[in-house]
Design a protein around this ligand. Structure first.
Ligand code: GLC
Length: 500
């Protein structure tokens, strides 16, 4: 395998700064690059809440007080470094003035609203990244950017830094994790982040639906675009609702737009050695899975009943995740022999109805509107089934984690869910989960009932559990696909150098 110098950029990284699945990917894909013998470094913002002592962050003396200027305002950047746990992957945490010295990643925890200067904060981060590379004298072959917070980098490289020989030939790959978050800002942001104002109007490269749009900027300025599953990539092109209108410009990218299904870090998500669960187990002996179920129910103050299955959900409470579908079938679900456990951050209004059910049926429904990493692991281990009726899902990771824990997924047939779960054929017994055919309450209930029925046959169920625990979604395969793209890119002379 050829060796590349890869810089990985993101706004989240597990275990240091987590808001969603992006953090899991940043914490894992670089390790897979490393295992494939690549030279890989990660750069992320140094948020205030990252525990420097716990994670042994060290100052990098020669990367101190690097001046970073955006729109005439200069602040200093300083870099601290640490390794991704259990690896030799170096992470650079960049402090940029006071921009990240706050308690939240994107939102102010007090108001739960985005910080007003988000568009400017991440511009400073991106400029700091570029300046840090120079100071380091490290010239990556490829910069792997992720989501809008890093969309500025391909733009700056091909505008402000275009004539700078240090950056000549560096390729950029941009991964879309979810088009729900596009980085949309008022058009007057352009000036504040040194973007060409003339491109923020109808037909402009930074302009979409009356706003400055960073995803659109990244799509134009990056050498290659990926998203996190093949089906989501197709859906973006084919379905305007899923693609938020990005279909046509991604279509123009031709073979420079691909879907690659995320992998899983089995060093973290594996019931044999999961550090967050009380009882370890394996497919050879599932008896301790039941102990985790007892522990989970006890934690939630629910009674353990041996033959009553638990359906887990770890999910942001947002409309994307299909909570309206579940809300519509709650009355039917209550009548079934089942317990429902919902855990995740999100929309309080959306949660209201579920909280009411939890109050009325405390032994059947549990709802916690928060995200706790430890709890997430216990739900994976202690549930019998895992429900994800998403309206769209770029990749989704919990359904893949679930399989490793012998927790049978019930999922809608969209995006990464469709690419990772195969519907169970009741006759042959093949398949890895229960697919909700159409996004309707009826079909959602139908799939859940199918699962509940299957669960009644203990032997069949155990065989299914053992089978799904064997599924392998490790990162190695996806990482190799990215490396193939890098190979194509570095050999490609037809790049975007003269885009503007
Ligand atoms: C986003 C997507 C999710 C995906 C994750 C990691 O959170 O919503 O589907 O798994 O990014 O790529």
């Amino acid at each position: 395998m050829k060796q590349f110098k890869i810089l990985y950029l993101a706004s989240e990284i597990s275990p240091f700064a987590i808001a969603g699945g992006l953090a899991d990917v940043t914490g894992a894909l670089p390790k897979a690059y490393k295992n494939l013998n690549q030279e890989i470094r990660i750069m992320v913002p140094k948020y205030k809440f990252i525990n420097e002592r716990k994670y042994v962050l060290r100052e990098v003396i020669r990367l101190r007080e690097i001046p970073v200027t955006v729109n005439g305002q200069t602040v200093n950047a300083s870099v601290k470094s640490a390794f991704l746990p259990d690896s030799k992957v170096q992470v650079y945490f960049i402090e940029v003035g006071d921009f990240f010295n706050r308690p939240g990643i994107y939102n102010d925890p007090k108001t739960n609203k985005p910080y007003e200067d988000n568009g400017v904060r991440f511009a400073f981060f991106s400029r700091a990244v570029i300046e840090t590379l120079k100071k380091l004298s490290w010239q990556p072959d490829v910069i792997h950017c992720n989501d809008w917070q890093t969309a500025y980098v391909p733009v700056y490289l091909k505008t402000i830094y275009q004539g700078d020989p240090f950056f000549k030939g560096i390729k950029t790959l941009y991964t879309i994790h979810n088009l729900t978050n596009q980085g949309e800002f008022d058009v007057d942001l352009a000036e504040k982040i040194d973007f060409d104002k003339s491109q923020v109007k109808e037909g402009g490269m930074f302009y979409k639906d009356g706003k400055l749009n960073l995803t659109k900027a990244a799509i134009y300025f990056s050498d290659f675009i990926t998203t996190v599953s093949e089906t989501y990539a197709h859906e973006i092109l084919a379905n305007d609702e899923v693609g938020f209108g990005f279909g046509p410009i991604l279509e123009e990218k031709g073979d420079k737009f691909e879907g690659i299904l995320n992998g899983v870090d089995y060093g973290i998500w594996t019931p044999e050695k999961d550090k967050y669960i009380p009882y370890h187990y394996s497919k050879e002996d599932l008896s301790n899975k039941e102990e985790n179920k007892k522990a989970l129910l006890m934690r939630l103050g629910m009674e353990y009943e041996p033959d009553v299955p638990v359906i887990g959900m770890i999910s942001k409470l947002t409309p994307q995740k299909g909570f309206d579908l579940i809300a519509a079938i709650m009355d039917d679900l209550i009548k079934e022999n089942v317990k429902l456990v919902i855990h995740g951050d999100g929309d309080r209004d959306l949660a209201e109805k579920f909280l009411e059910y939890a109050k009325k049926y405390p032994d059947k429904v549990s709802v916690s509107i928060t995200y706790d990493e430890k709890m997430a692991h216990l739900i994976e281990a202690g549930s019998d089934m895992f429900l994800m009726p998403s309206r769209y899902e770029p990749c989704g990771l919990n359904q893949i984690y679930s399989m490793r824990y012998g927790t049978v997924p019930i999922v809608s047939a969209v995006g990464g869910l469709y690419d990772s779960v195969e519907d169970i054929d009741e006759e042959t017994g093949e398949g890895t989960g229960f697919i909700i055919e159409k996004l309707t309450p009826e079909d959602t209930l139908k799939a859940i009932k199918r699962a509940l029925k299957y669960y009644q046959d203990k032997e069949k169920w155990q065989n299914l559990q053992k089978r799904i625990m064997e599924e392998d979604f490790s990162w190695d395969y996806a990482a190799k696909r990215y490396l193939d793209i890098f190979d194509r890119l570095v050999n490609d002379t037809d790049d975007l150098e003269n885009i503007v």
